[in-house]
Design a protein around this ligand. Structure first.
Ligand code: IPE
Ligand code: IPE
Ligand code: MG
Length: 241
């Protein structure tokens, strides 16, 4: 069954730019690291809900190629949280048949984070439940460059380069395009996330800061998505009622 034919028209692929942790902390007079820690709690709740709802793919933007330019202290805190996340959550994710995939340049991560990321991917590789993409050291332009290099290394002739070949060389190879892109925190920009995959995505920019984005807010977003009319370039929605 196509996603838009499901009772509530759930998106098959949801992407979330988890933004606003720093502002959340600042509002409370706390350090940014505490905002990120609170953000991980939101992440866990949204992953669990997505898994229970039967969302196909959930892509979470956790650390961009541009985020290295933050202070050493903040980058260190984020890298620490990352290790903690993998150590604490991987058993439960695996038990729930979640498959973890890392989007981004894994080789560019510090050793311990890279090892934890690769181990999480390997351990959950056969799981057929929620496909959880965690974008780490990810940039949409960097992903496209890495994809082009893959195609060139594979020796494709110019005529063999088409949209399908390019899509299959991206970090999201084999997954459907993004249906719903949510950026909490109030900023209305993509910040280099999933440029190719969100060509026809529906966009939502709730003002709620990520640490305050709860399961209710997530359901609001899914309801808003269900109410959108997607034309996909044609005049009527595919499979229109
Ligand atoms: C998003 O929150 C988390 C990461 C970028 C890792 P921010 O840290 O960007 O929080 P704001 O946008 O400064 O509030
Ligand atoms: C985007 O948020 C990156 C992540 C959420 C990981 P940023 O806070 O880094 O983006 P800008 O700087 O507002 O564009
Ligand atoms: Mg931000």
């Amino acid at each position: 069954m196509k996603p838009w034919e499901k009772p509530r028209r759930l998106p098959l692929h949801v992407a979330i730019i988890m933004d606003g942790n720093g502002r959340w902390a600042k509002k409370r007079g706390l350090g940014r690291a505490l905002g990120h820690r609170k953000g991980v709690e939101t992440l866990r709740a949204v992953v669990r809900e997505s898994s229970e709802l039967g969302i196909g793919v959930l892509s979470l933007y956790a650390f961009s190629t541009e985020n290295w330019s933050r202070s050493a202290e903040e980058v260190g805190a984020l890298m620490g949280l990352l290790l903690e996340f993998f150590a604490k959550e991987i058993d439960a994710l695996h038990a729930n048949r979640v498959r973890v995939r890392i989007l981004g340049d894994v080789e560019g991560l510090p050793g311990p984070q890279r090892d934890a990321a690769l181990a999480a991917m390997a351990r959950t590789a056969e799981n057929a439940g929620l496909q959880l993409n965690i974008a780490l050291n990810y940039g949409g332009r960097d992903e496209l460059v890495r994809a082009m290099r893959r195609l060139m290394r594979a020796g494709l002739a110019p005529e063999q380069v088409n949209e399908k070949a390019l899509a299959d060389a991206l970090d999201t190879a084999g997954q459907p395009d993004v249906d719903l892109m949510i950026r909490p925190g109030g900023e209305m920009r993509l910040s280099n996330f999933l440029l190719f995959q969100s060509a026809y995505a529906e966009f939502l920019f709730p003002g709620t800061l990520w640490p305050d984005f709860d399961v209710d807010a997530y359901h609001h977003a899914l309801d808003a998505y269900a109410a959108r009319e997607r034309r996909l370039g044609g005049r009527k929605e595919h499979g229109g009622e």
